[in-house]
Design a protein around this ligand. Structure first.
Ligand code: URA
Length: 449
């Protein structure tokens, strides 16, 4: 087979056979197919897509590019959650300890920041000492001992995705349903789960910006999960403003810890974050058979926050993976100080009508919070703290946000970009649903608000 021919075939919108996809993936993992050829192939997929069968085969081959972890010796139904990626999406940090503290084992393999969206691994690694690079043996030991583990892809787990994920991030080839489906499902199917909850984001800050595309992605993901024999539930949730009040790794850890401590204050900008978290946790608790329905699961999830068990579980997780628990317990005094902190003010009076999460995601990359190139080093201190959410009333001169960076050169553009991301209107905006749809093997329907 000839790689150039395979790229050309996809460029012309033809369907590749299993052998052809295998030749390409194996060649890439083994280093015979260079990044520039894989980039061209990915761009061809972006424009021409894949058939349903090709998407399934692509996922299967990505999965079998590495090991499939066997967790059958661990009692209980193992359930994980995966998000298709958002801005300020720190749900996993709060949800994993909630669900584990309710008795459902959570083996989680997460990704790094991708495009303008943040990644759970980068957030966890901003906790001093926290190791996400556990071996499979260590991964099994941690989940056996404490019922939850959160790691990155090892070289054994879906290595084709590991390599391709980093390449897609820097070649503008993320926003493609078959590539997203193969990437997410190969990792998830490799980690030893019995069931899966998917959070498919929709809106400006999501890879799928329209509800129709998000529905299509959700249905593709649920279908693949079901074909592989895993009970899979998907939700479509809104990403038309950042989730919660922080964007940037250490800032997001601090917001998550405040939520886990049930210490969110009165002006509760984290309420959207917690609504999504409780929904997804509730679904996981129900799939793990520790609740009879999603609603009962949601109640259990809320109780785990109220009684402190989720926060205790989070600290147990940090300790088990080598992190410094005192940095969590004492984050108010342990906050790393960026060189610059700059406030952005509203130029007008009115209501916050929209907060452009894509623009804020891109601005946070420029501040140093995420990568532009594969080998960029992330600054865990960099990011944005929102002082307003959609629907808030502001007067001219009120603070909209504060941003943090070590890059002096990013200050002026950061200020302009962040100010422009806030749209102010004289009318109070209509409230939008945060949770749009639920998808299971029987189909898709609107979520009751
Ligand atoms: N998350 C993933 O793991 N892969 C994607 O392609 C997008 C989001």
């Amino acid at each position: 087979m000839n790689i150039v021919e395979l790229i050309r075939k996809k460029r012309e919108g033809q369907t590749l056979t299993k052998e052809e996809i295998q030749y390409l993936l194996a060649g890439y993992v083994e280093g015979r197919v260079p990044d520039y050829q894989m980039s061209a192939f990915l761009m061809a997929c972006y424009f021409k897509g894949m058939t349903e069968q090709e998407t399934y085969t692509f996922t299967e081959l990505m999965l079998h590019s590495g090991e499939i972890i066997d967790l059958s010796s661990i009692p209980g139904i193992k359930v994980d959650k995966h998000s298709t990626g958002g801005v300020g999406d720190k749900v996993s940090l709060i949800l994993a300890p909630i669900v584990a503290s309710c008795g459902v084992p959570v083996p989680m393999i997460s990704g790094r920041g991708l495009g303008h969206t943040g990644g759970t691994l980068d957030k966890l690694e901003s906790i001093p000492g926290f190791r996400t690079d556990l071996s499979i043996a260590e991964y099994k030991k941690v989940i056996t001992n404490i019922g939850v583990v959160m790691i990155g892809q090892t070289k054994e787990i879906a290595p084709a995705d590991k390599k391709m994920y980093a390449l897609r991030d820097v070649t503008a080839t993320v926003e493609c349903i078959p590539l997203i489906a193969g990437s997410i499902m190969s990792k998830k199917l490799a980690e030893g789960i019995d069931a899966l909850v998917l959070d498919v984001k929709t809106g400006r800050g999501a890879f799928m910006q329209t509800r129709d595309l998000s529905r299509k992605l959700a249905q593709t993901l649920v279908k693949i999960g079901t074909q592989f024999g895993k009970e899979t539930l998907g939700f479509i949730t809104d990403m038309n403003q950042p989730l919660g009040i922080t964007i940037g790794n250490w800032l997001e850890v601090m917001e998550s810890v405040e939520c886990l401590r049930n210490n969110r204050g009165t002006n509760d900008g984290s309420s959207d974050l917690m609504e999504v978290t409780h929904l997804l946790s509730g679904a996981m608790i129900a799939l793990g058979k520790k609740a009879d329905s999603i609603d009962e699961g949601i109640e259990k999830s809320k109780e785990a926050i109220r009684n402190g068990k989720a926060y205790d579980k989070f600290k147990e997780l940090v300790r088990a993976q080598g992190g410094d628990v005192s940095a969590i317990e004492n984050f108010e005094n342990r906050q790393p100080q960026p060189k610059f902190a700059s406030e952005v003010h509203s130029a007008e009076s009115g209501y916050v009508d929209e907060i452009d999460s894509l623009e804020l995601g891109l601005a946070s990359i420029a501040l140093g919070a995420s990568r532009e190139k594969i080998d960029d080093v992330i600054d865990p201190k960099a990011g944005i703290k929102l002082n307003q959410k959609v629907g808030n009333k502001v007067a001219a001169g009120d603070s909209l946000a504060v941003f943090y960076t070590d890059r002096e050169s990013a200050l002026e553009s950061g200020r302009i970009r962040i100010a422009n991301a806030f749209h102010i209107s004289s009318q109070k905006p209509k409230s939008r649903p945060l949770i749009w749809d639920i998808v299971d093997s029987s189909g898709i329907r609107e979520w009751k608000s």
